[in-house]
Write a protein that binds this ligand. Sequence first.
Ligand SMILES: [Zn+2]
Length: 112
Amino acid sequence: MMNKKEQKIKIENKILLEIKKVKKLIIELKELTSPIEPDCAIGRISRMDAINNKTINEDALRKAKIKLKGLELAQENMNDADFGKCARCHNEIPLGRILLMPHSRFCVHCAS
Ligand SMILES: [Zn+2]
């Protein structure tokens, strides 16, 4: 069994790693969602594809931004006595779940 301090370090590292990953993703998605040039070089079909992909990427970008906010919030709240407890039912969230989804403030039960 890990003690609380070891758990905290593990969670902190995981949050930092996730923030790094999601920031990189946001940069990539921002590039992908930049306005589509009304370029004659691409045909009508591929232009429609580009528009469809843009919608998907915009959705992914929106989700990535929400995740980043949650991660930054988790980072801020790390030292709170309530950290690791579900925001709804106040039960302890298992370490495995925190490591998997550090941006989530709810236990599996309350999140669904
Ligand atoms: Zn809960």
